[in-house]
Design a protein around this ligand. Structure first.
Ligand code: NAP
Length: 311
């Protein structure tokens, strides 16, 4: 029986692990992938984390994991499928939760849900068929396959603009297709993007279809203002249209909003005593590495408060 189980090993989970180890809590981190780091692993460059300007996302993930390892955090692999309450808590007794994974079960007095978020899909014709054959959700993973070729990026947020800038370093031409006439991404990223000669933004437009034979050869783009459609020849489509929380397994254990984000304040306390949330899967305004890391620290502090005087 652990004091705390942390589900997820992205920045929120690893930050929570560091704080939990320093607090002397018997802690287990459950991670679904063999490599810790979460979404940052597929981020080429992180330029807004204090003190580490321009760090590669993978290197950052490794640093975070090393820190948790150095303090002796224990890790187990597995995808959590459900969390069940084994016994109720009281003023003097902690509740007991069973965390069920595809590789076994673990018990703890408290749980921090830090499973983060994953990319959205477009749901258009050809998207699924050509995934891995030109359609990708990760420019840093797959961009190198399209060196000296043409790529289309869809989206207008930080990820889409970062992806387009990254791809423009190797591709002959990059189109950024965005559904409005204004980008959502940070101003500094927009300026860099618009200064690149081999990048063209296709404004007010959506990607309607992916075409090809064995691999992507074009995408159909529709202007939402004029209704006009055209085919843009390309070797790749990088979809970067936002994220959704990975919280399906926690339905019923913590209250969520309509989009599946778990409802909790800054202390991470959910609607269920002893269950906390940290990172991108928490309902909040700003989802960044720095806010995920802060969430992890806050949640462990709340866990400590919760466990005081409970056996
Ligand atoms: P995002 O900020 O939610 O942006 C999603 C973009 O996709 C928006 O421009 C949106 O258009 C567009 N979009 C959404 N659904 C669409 C659809 N069905 N068809 C076409 N376009 C669609 O998502 P993100 O860029 O993935 O970023 C996710 C989070 O991570 C954000 O909070 C972001 O700030 C954060 N992030 C931070 C960093 C960093 O700190 N360095 C780096 C990357 C990401 P509209 O603009 O019209 O809504």
């Amino acid at each position: 029986m652990h004091d705390l189980i942390i589900v997820g090993s992205g920045p929120a989970g690893l930050s929570a692990a560091v704080y939990a180890m320093r607090a002397g809590l018997d802690t287990l981190v459950i991670e679904k992938d063999p490599v810790s780091g979460g979404q940052i692993l597929i981020t080429y460059e992180v330029d807004n984390y204090l003190g580490l300007p321009g760090i590669n996302g993978f290197d950052m993930g490794m640093k975070f994991r090393e820190h948790a390892d150095k303090l002796g955090a224990k890790f187990a692999e597995g995808t959590v499928t459900s969390i069940e309450k084994v016994s109720e808590g009281s003023d003097t007794k902690a509740p007991v939760y069973k965390v069920v994974t595809d590789q076994g079960e673990h018990e703890a007095k408290t749980v921090i849900l830090a499973t983060g978020a994953s990319h959205n899909k477009l749901g258009i014709k050809g998207e699924e068929e050509f995934t891995g054959k030109g359609v990708s959700y990760c420019a840093t993973c797959d961009g190198a396959f399209f060196r000296s070729k043409v790529a289309v990026v869809n989206g207008g947020g930080d990820v889409a603009v970062e992806d387009a800038i990254f791809l423009a370093r190797g591709c002959s031409k990059v189109y950024l297709v965005h559904r409005r006439d204004e980008l959502r991404a940070a101003k500094i990223l927009q300026e860099e993007l618009l200064s690149l000669e081999n990048v063209e933004v296709i404004w007010d437009s959506v990607v309607e279809e992916v075409k090809g034979d064995n691999k992507v050869s074009a995408v159909t783009v529709k202007n939402v203002k004029t209704g006009e459609t055209k085919d843009v020849d390309t070797d790749a489509l990088f979809v970067a249209i936002g994220i959704h929380p990975l919280t399906e397994a926690f339905t019923g254990i913590a209250d969520m909003d309509d989009n599946g984000y778990i409802i909790a304040g800054e202390d991470g306390a959910t609607s269920t005593p002893g269950i906390f949330v940290a990172g991108d899967s928490r309902k909040k305004r700003l989802r960044q590495i720095v806010t995920a890391v802060a969430d992890g620290a806050n949640a462990v502090t709340a866990v400590q408060d919760f466990l005081v005087g409970k056996s």
